[in-house]
Design a protein around this ligand. Structure first.
Ligand code: FAD
Length: 298
């Protein structure tokens, strides 16, 4: 089923997982993660795509298992910056063969340390909007496409307005809903939605929430994603930096508070970056079961 169809009926709750990284290339631990997340009855689970296509076979395999073995809708992330058109055709055909109907269509980033190599090359794709166009051209409407968006502006964009105009192009090229980059201050999400609507971006915008349960990783992730840390949260981090259990409680409760506020304000959907830690998602759900029901999700 296409996620765009689901979004016509209700605001969704979804999770993101990534193919486990280990030397042996063994991904079996993901199945425990999915089984635990399945207990929370999500509307869909998305699977990331490693930078430079490093996890491509695994993304298809995991997205297929979510859909065919666990009977949960799945979304396969697919990035294009280092891909040829032939690579994309191969990837999309594999997704079709496995009945995966949904693609989160991304530009992606160059693999770390290989920026110079790619900058000198004649790339076949430059933006996610081109990937959308290419998939539509070759597969018609058979996939539901979605895209990424950035409440605090994509790091390479000069300003909010330019990024918003680029987002409009991505939607016009076929993105049927959007998922945000993480943010810790909901005002950025509300600004994005308000300004997007003004320029005719009227597809659902799902809020990407990351419960960060470790001070070091919170600071690293925020820097990587270009997202700001509100004063209140940074004070908590400073105070509890050396208390991992307290940081976990803070991360879970902060995310739960963000979600309550978003639901109160009519969010189109909540997408939780689980970091393959289902117990954290379970604890968030355990804290706010009734609020989540308000999202038509019982
Ligand atoms: P684009 O939409 O192409 O935008 C990239 C930049 O170009 C922006 O600055 C934009 O303003 C500008 N731009 C876009 N179109 C135009 C245009 N037509 N003209 C001029 N400028 C333009 N990365 C992975 O490698 N794997 C993943 O699985 C993955 N999943 C993600 C999931 C979500 C929800 C999010 C928010 C991000 C994810 N990323 C992932 C990271 C993403 O690949 C990076 O943020 C990347 O830098 C941008 O990808 P994009 O698809 O948003 O790019």
């Amino acid at each position: 089923m296409k996620i765009s169809e689901l979004l016509k009926e209700k605001a969704t709750i979804s999770f993101e997982v990534f193919p486990p990284k280990n030397k042996e290339g063994d991904i079996s631990s993901i199945y425990y993660t999915i089984e635990e997340l399945a207990k929370l009855d999500p509307d869909f689970i998305s699977v990331t795509y490693g930078a430079g296509g490093s996890s491509k076979g695994k993304t298809v395999e995991i997205a297929s298992a979510i859909k065919n073995k666990y009977q949960i809708e799945s979304v396969a992330h697919l990035s294009c910056i280092t891909s040829t058109k032939e690579d994309i055709l191969t990837e999309c055909r594999a997704l079709k063969e496995h009945n995966v109907d949904n693609i989160l269509s991304l530009r992606g980033d160059y693999p770390a340390g290989e920026e110079e190599k790619y900058r000198g090359m004649d790339l076949e794709f430059h933006y996610a909007s081109e990937l959308n166009g290419f998939i539509r051209e070759n597969f018609g409407d058979s996939f539901c496409l979605s895209g990424a968006c950035y409440p605090e502006v994509h790091q390479e964009a000069d300003c909010f307005r330019d990024d918003l105009e680029a987002l409009k192009k991505k939607v016009d090229a076929g993105a049927e809903y959007l998922i945000t980059q993480i943010f810790f201050d909901n005002s950025y999400y509300y600004r994005l939605v308000k300004e997007a609507r003004k320029i005719g971006i009227d597809v659902p915008i799902l809020a990407g929430i990351m419960p960060v349960t470790n001070a070091k990783s919170l600071l690293r992730t925020a820097k990587l994603c270009g997202c700001s840390i509100p004063f209140q949260l940074s004070t908590m981090i400073e105070t509890y930096y050396n208390y991992p259990e307290a940081m976990k409680e803070i991360g879970i409760n902060y995310a739960a508070h963000q979600i309550i506020d978003l639901i109160t304000n009519g969010v189109d959907g909540i997408h939780i970056y689980t970091m393959n830690k289902p117990e954290i998602a379970q604890r968030i759900f355990g804290n706010i079961p009734t609020v989540l029901k308000e999202l038509n999700h019982d």
